[in-house]
Design a protein around this ligand. Structure first.
Ligand SMILES: Cc1ncc(COP(=O)(O)O)c(C=O)c1O
Length: 419
């Protein structure tokens, strides 16, 4: 057993300490462990290394900014150049004209910001009774207070005692369940509905055709805000800047993180429509008494600016769409294996292969075995509930996607034979 003081997130440390993978270097679509072994990063780390690893340009932008102004508060009337520039760029690329951008430190922060702002907006409008926040079964919105309360994965809510009041859950794929909820509790009590365009950490679930559009319609008809959680789906993952553009839907807020800097420095935020920002920006305004210490951190924003420059220069954003068919085809080939029951892919550069329920019942270690078999073949993938997920960098090549597919073919053969 390896002793460590480092408590890993989402881990049973009693298991982890027996086997750990130390990543020491990364470059392009590859990472290297402490013995120098190379792995294809088929998950873009945790769904975020959208431009790939080791981009000198981003490192240099961070270094240059650190030499000039490493950090300073943006509370009240203070600001800095990278935050101003990045907010303007993000707002200009969002589907909401005249939007504002509230920067935070990551996706969980972004969700707490959107949740508090939804309630606060209605409070400003004289409707404090609009408090209910709605999420979907199987959704994942991070691990902060509101995100934990909204979690559509029961295991992520369990054991923490009383969570935030006035949250409700709807079925994952049936938008009419939102209409029914509004009918039951009164639509005038619903402040906001949180929707991932493609559910990520909850197992990679694509929305049924027309789902997002119908949710928008219902939100509009009951006067609730639509918050699109694009923490995973933004910055090219769905082939667009944010994701909702794929459905022609204009939300009221968009939460983002991960791909905004490709993970080089932690950064998240919320794009807020002009209408929702108006009570705070216009007339006599109102203070939103919210925001983490590092909101608009100059190093994070400098990394974001360099990252967006790469995305635009190399035309990476559309790749989430142009490669979605290739990835889906590669994953569909795993259906030849008797231990794979379903493939979920085809919308954006992400997907999952589902392991047969009976196999998992009889051999619960199967997911870990597949992960390790893939590792032995030099490919990093991620177990997710009862499936294995992939979401490579936008810079992945077709040949590398083919390599993921052939590594799966060999790994699944090996694991199936181990029974
Ligand atoms: C859709 C979604 N929302 C929110 C979060 C939370 O982001 P963070 O881990 O940066 O707090 C995640 C993280 O994976 C996510 O996938």
């Amino acid at each position: 057993m390896t002793e460590t003081a480092f408590w890993h997130p989402f881990a049973n440390m009693a298991d982890v300490t027996r086997s750990r993978l130390t990543i020491t270097e990364a470059s392009g679509n590859y990472v290297y462990d402490d013995s120098g072994r190379q792995y294809l990063d088929a998950t873009a780390s945790l769904w975020y290394a959208n431009v790939g690893h080791g981009r000198k340009e981003i490192a240099e932008a961070i270094g240059a900014q650190a030499g000039k102004l490493a950090a300073y508060s943006t509370f009240a009337d203070m600001t800095n150049e990278p935050a101003e520039l990045l907010a303007a760029k993000v707002a200009a690329r969002s589907p909401m004209p005249g939007s504002k951008v509230f920067f935070v430190s990551g996706g969980g922060d972004a969700i707490d910001t959107a949740a508090k702002l939804a309630r606060r907006y209605f409070h400003e409008l004289g409707h404090p009774e609009r408090q209910i926040l709605v999420s979907r079964q199987d959704s994942y919105h991070g691990t902060h207070g509101f995100g934990t309360s909204l979690a559509g994965m029961p295991a992520n809510r369990a054991g923490y005692g009383d969570l935030i009041n006035s949250v409700a859950q709807i079925e994952r794929d049936n938008p009419e369940d939102l209409a029914a909820l509004a009918e039951n509790i009164g639509g005038e009590h619903i402040a906001a509905v949180f929707v991932e365009p493609v559910i990520g950490a909850g197992g990679v679930h694509l929305p049924p055709p027309g789902y997002i559009e119908r949710i928008r319609e219902i939100c509009t008809s009951i006067g609730a805000l639509l918050v699109i959680d694009s923490v995973i789906c933004g910055f090219g993952r769905l082939g667009e800047w944010f994701g909702p553009e794929r459905f022609g839907v204009v939300p009221d807020m968009i939460s983002f993180a991960k791909g905004i800097t490709s993970g080089y420095v932690p950064l998240g935020g919320v794009v807020v429509s002009r209408e929702i920002s108006a009570p705070f920006f216009e007339g006599k305004g109102a203070a939103f008494r919210h925001g983490p210490t590092y909101a608009g951190h100059p190093l994070a924003c400098a990394a974001g600016l360099a990252n967006l420059e790469i995305m635009e220069r190399e035309d990476l954003i559309p790749r989430g769409r142009t490669l979605e068919g290739t990835l889906a085809e590669a994953l569909n080939s795993t259906l030849d294996s008797p231990i794979i029951s379903e493939v979920r892919a085809g919308l954006g550069l992400l997907g999952a292969i589902e392991v047969e329920a009976e196999v998992l019942r009889e051999r619960p270690a199967t997911l870990g075995r597949i992960q390790m078999a893939m590792r032995e073949r030099g490919v990093l993938v991620r177990p997710l509930l009862s499936s294995i997920a992939v979401s490579p960098p936008l810079t992945v090549t077709e040949a590398e996607i083919e390599r993921i597919s052939s590594a799966f073919a060999d790994s699944l053969k090996q694991v199936a034979a181990e029974s």
